[in-house]
Design a protein around this ligand. Structure first.
Ligand code: MN
Length: 316
């Protein structure tokens, strides 16, 4: 341990220089989506639209509800993206237009739905469920894959590595020499860092990646920036390592990726490149075009597309 102290000081001096240049730290918005379910939408935000191909990040819950009063999201379409669900507490049933019926997702599991050309799906809490806590993300598909055939994948188990008292679950990409089985189409990273006791660890970063940290439970300190459940700490590309201190019971979501190749348009449940393709997709949903299939097992109304806007702001 004798030389550690000097190393630590020179390291933190180095990092000091980079703090202002590379780090953004901003508040995220909360919204109630009905029945007491609070979501915190970190992406897209005014300050940062995307992290790599990650283009949407909702932290949903934790919420307790009465049996039968949980989430019930009727059929709705997606194009041009992958939806990614990381379940922390509670369970959910996924059905889709590819014929998937009531796929149960439990804590520590991932659902990945590749919309590509087009898909529709439902998300419903099981009748006996009373809890929900999840991270819901979207991943923009690159130009070459935006129109790919739709697919649904359930990942019952993700690889876990322990280091410095932190349990790292590798959700997407490669970290600590461990690779997630989750199939994505750009250079991307997603890691859940959970600490039972207060601990500190140093993360190796890819200088080509931009990163974001979000607290799903508890709090942490990222290179001197306090992270709680109301802010997002974003690192621009260029850092090769970083210190994080996670407080007792903390669960931190780390996202990373190479800055996305092209600006995207994100409207309602669609990701595209031109306003015209989004307008067409909306018309097709309204007109029950086979592009989005159907979900015969679902009893209830489909979601209605909102009014189409005159102009849109590209995300990058
Ligand atoms: Mn959806």
């Amino acid at each position: 341990m004798t030389n550690t102290h000097d190393t630590e000081i020179s390291h933190s001096d180095d990092c000091e220089k980079y703090v202002n240049k590379f780090i953004q730290d901003f508040q995220i918005r909360s919204a109630e989506i009905g029945k007491g379910t609070v979501i915190k939408r970190a992406l897209p935000s005014r300050e940062k639209r995307m992290i790599g191909a990650w283009c949407f990040l909702d932290h949903a819950g934790p919420v307790h509800f009465k049996q039968g009063e949980g989430l019930d999201v009727g059929p709705h379409p997606h194009i041009g993206l992958q939806t990614f669900t990381w379940m922390i507490e509670g369970t959910m049933l996924h059905s889709d237009s590819l014929g998937t019926v009531d796929q149960l997702i439990r804590p520590k599991q991932v659902n990945l739905m590749t919309a590509g050309h087009g898909i529709s799906h439902t998300e419903v809490a099981p009748a006996t469920e009373t809890k929900m806590h999840a991270a819901q993300l979207w991943i923009a598909l690159p130009d070459a894959k935006i129109d790919m055939a739709p697919q649904f994948d359930h990942y019952p188990e993700l690889p876990v590595v322990e280091k410095d008292g932190v349990e790292f679950t590798i959700l997407v990409g490669e970290f600590l020499n461990t690779t997630s089985p989750v199939k994505v189409h750009t250079e991307l990273l997603g890691v859940d860092l959970t600490a039972k006791e207060k601990t500190k660890t140093r993360l190796s970063l890819n200088p080509k990646f931009e990163y974001a940290f979000m607290a799903l439970e508890g709090t942490a300190v990222v290179n001197g920036h306090e992270l709680d459940q109301d802010n997002l700490v974003v690192l621009e590309p260029g850092l090769t390592e970083l210190d994080i201190e996670i407080h007792e019971g903390g669960r931190i979501l780390l996202l990373g990726g190479e800055p996305f190749e092209s600006p995207i348009l994100l409207w309602w449940n669609f990701v595209g490149r031109t306003q015209e393709e989004l307008r067409i997709a909306r018309e097709q949903w309204i007109n029950k075009d086979p592009r989005f299939g159907s979900i015969p097992s679902y009893i209830g109304e489909s979601l209605k597309a909102p009014v189409f806007p005159d102009s849109m702001r590209p995300s990058k």
